[in-house]
Design a protein around this ligand. Sequence first.
Ligand code: ADQ
Length: 459
Amino acid sequence: MSRLVVVSNRVTVPDKTGAAPAGGLAVALQAALEERGGIWMGWSGNSSGNEEPGPLEMQEHGAITYALTDLTDTDVEEYYHGFANRVLWPICHYRMDLAEYGRKEMAGYFRVNRFFAQKLAPLLKEDDIIWVHDYHLIPLAAELRQMGFKNKIGFFLHIPWPPADVLFTMPVHEQIMRGLSQYDLVGFQTDFDLDNFGGGLVREGIGERIDGGKKFSTFGRTFKGGAYSISIETEIFSKFAIKAEKNAMVRKARQSVEGKDLIIGVDRLDYSKGITQRIDAFEQFVATNPDHHNKVTYLQITPKSRSEVPEYEQMQRMVAEQAGRVNGAIGTVDWVPIRYINRSVPRPVLAGLYRLAKIGLVTPLRDGMNLVAKEYVAAQDPEDPGVLVLSRFAGAARELRGALLVNPYDIEGTAHAIARGLSMPLDERKQRWQMMMDHLLTYDINRWCDDFLKDLIED
Ligand code: ADQ
């Protein structure tokens, strides 16, 4: 069996006890790496503090070698904040208005990818299978190919891929598409993203889909493309949620919402998640449903993210102000309608809170997949499951057919779905939940990982 080499912007290194890391993706990748033996390479998350990135730091844990590199401050600013988070992230989430192009940042992105390839090259063996993750590292295969590597290299994009007219607003779109063409398999979250990629090639007149749509032909190469919906450790998460009922923090939360219906929203603070529209929808729901006054609590858990990017800092202020304003407007002396928590909570507690909630409100404006939606489903009590209200623009909407699908831009529509969810009869809730849970038990994170690797390895 060939070795597996995973490359991602950030690497999850086990702690000193060797305990499994939190998060399904890291667990699944580590399991695949353990099985084959391998290397996980990426940025340490640290700056070297000077203009030299510094040597690779190697750590061995069982059959896995972790190879971490620091980056210089300039690298972090240009590659990570500059191009990855201020250009690719907004463009892939259909936000052309937020993309900020700078030649320096674009050059930095390609430079750091070359640097990663140079660091990786001496570690590679001829038959290693290489799996590159996410938008930070699109040009990595091109760099390796230029150095003469003929290995099987796969790429998985965790975020959406936009339609041609959105993509073409990005000055370096052709270089980015050329970068993807150097892989042997390019995986997207959904068939919509896959179609968008194919559509872009056709519109630009530089390529086409062949083999009944299974492959692309462009830039003088033929390579596979597929949709692989990322998922969670469904069974484990579900057990977590049962155990969490005894957790002290969860018990406190339960007492504090006694006699009230809990609605939960959990997202990184990001403009793609539709948090402000969601608060508007909740406000609208309360305004139009006086019978629910004092009987409902909306808990929004939102850890800060990317505070170095101005849009994120601005959003943090906006959401806090909005939650305060709504509470001021509709709250009473004994009722705080919105509870807003601006930090991360431990995963077991999160699982318990999902289970307490009658509604999981997952309404991104655009999302590659959205694992919160899947976690919410997995955490429910089969005898009394809650209702998932899910944006049609999350990749997860392609799979979770038992959800109440909403258009997050339609505030009244979302408000209406909240009301419908809270009054849904038990039988219908059970039926919808079972459909989603059955799907997630089959299509869990390990299945996602196996399916991708199988397609990458097979000729
Ligand atoms: P994200 O944009 O980060 O991921 P998501 O898929 O929802 O979005 O994953 C977030 C993860 O962070 C979940 O596991 C969630 O439990 C956790 N999390 C969020 N808020 C938390 C909090 N307050 N405390 C603790 N944990 C919290 C990107 C893409 C997604 C894609 C994933 C995986 O944007 O579309 O689904 O990668 O491919």
